[in-house]
Design a protein around this ligand. Structure first.
Ligand SMILES: [Fe+2]
Ligand SMILES: [Fe+2]
Length: 341
């Protein structure tokens, strides 16, 4: 049965559906390869039992979630656009989101003011131990290439997840948020969009620069950070968290990007690779101030009830980033690759 809404050709999508990693992703991917409606009953059944039994931070759930969210971005080759609003798929996605959210809420501390949180984020740890410190001081060129491949899942759609939040903001907070996004999207120049600069970086590093090129190579630690942004962006209820997430991203970006500039130069990568992170050292020092005062400051002043959500968005980002950092550092400490390139 073909839905009356399923008329748009899917030819604009250039990524293939990935290989499944378990029952949830298999059901979603199998359904998307068929006509909307044809596999919906199986999806509706999954929303109950299979999701409850799933690992909230497992590859299967996060790939299934990533694939569901991708329907709102560029989708996949051969997938009917009507799947984007299929009620059974949305019900399954909602059940998976609830499991992921419960997991985060159990691990992300509550309380505290947003200003204290932003002050803490702005304090650079000179003796830090995450991937950017390792790559700056000791990492190999191959580990850098792994890092770039992991990050491609986000940077090739950089700023897109946060754009969903724009209509949910108002006044000064909205105007300033859009000013930051305007820069992320290249200030009107397609070749300067940060997602395009990252594509150029991948090309210069000899990596696969195709959109979702590494989707089949990465697991939950890499997918969850992107799923978190999509979740915040797509739900109006989480608009405070989306703003907090972008603010925390901007506040921590400049020093982290600076370490990666040093790392890329030390390892002899092309200047085209350095350019992406050099752009972020400068731009994000400005974005940090705009996000702190004009976006978060204005948002919380006008709607104090959102403060806890803004803080949650910042801390949830920290949590998922810590999981990814641990994944990379554990592999590298054992002198094994964190991803198969
Ligand atoms: Fe950026
Ligand atoms: Fe930025």
């Amino acid at each position: 049965m073909t839905s009356t809404l399923s008329s748009a050709p899917a030819g604009h999508a250039d990524a293939e559906l990935p290989a499944p990693r378990g029952p949830l992703s298999q059901s979603v991917i199998r359904a998307l390869a068929s006509e909307p409606g044809s596999g919906s009953t199986a999806l509706a059944d999954l929303a109950g039992s299979a999701v409850t039994d799933a690992d909230p931070y497992g590859d299967d759930l996060h790939l299934a979630l990533y694939v569901c969210y991708e329907l709102h971005y560029r989708s996949f080759t051969g997938v009917d656009d009507a799947w984007e609003w299929n009620p059974d798929l949305l019900r399954l996605r909602g059940a998976m989101e609830a499991l992921f959210l419960d997991h985060l809420r159990a691990r992300v501390p509550t309380g505290g003011s947003v200003n204290d949180e932003m002050d803490a984020l702005a304090t650079e740890h000179v003796d830090g131990s995450g991937p950017s410190y390792h790559l700056r001081d000791h990492g190999t060129a191959e580990q850098m290439r792994e890092y770039l491949a992991h990050r491609s899942l986000y940077h090739l759609k950089e700023a897109d997840p946060h754009a969903w939040a724009i209509p949910r903001l108002q006044g000064q907070a909205k105007a300033a948020y859009v000013a930051v996004e305007f820069d992320e999207f290249g200030g009107g120049r397609g070749s300067r969009m940060h997602q395009v600069l990252f594509r150029d970086l991948l090309d210069a590093a000899g990596l696969d620069s195709s959109y979702l090129g590494y989707l089949d190579h990465v697991g939950a630690p890499t997918l969850a950070p992107v799923n978190l942004m999509s979740f915040f962006g797509l739900h109006r209820r989480w608009r405070g968290a989306a703003a907090g997430h972008l603010a925390a991203t901007e506040i921590t970006s400049s020093p982290g990007s600076s370490r990666l500039v040093t790392a890329l130069r030390r390892l002899g990568f092309a200047e085209q690779c350095v350019a992406f992170y050099a752009e972020h050292v400068e731009a994000d020092a400005v974005h940090e101030q705009v996000m702190r005062h004009d976006v978060v400051g204005d948002l919380v002043a006008n709607d104090p009830a959102l403060e806890a959500d803004v803080v949650f968005g910042m801390r949830a980002l920290g949590y998922v980033e810590d999981v990814l950092a641990a994944h990379l550092m554990e592999a590298w400490a054992e002198a094994r690759p964190s991803i198969t390139l």
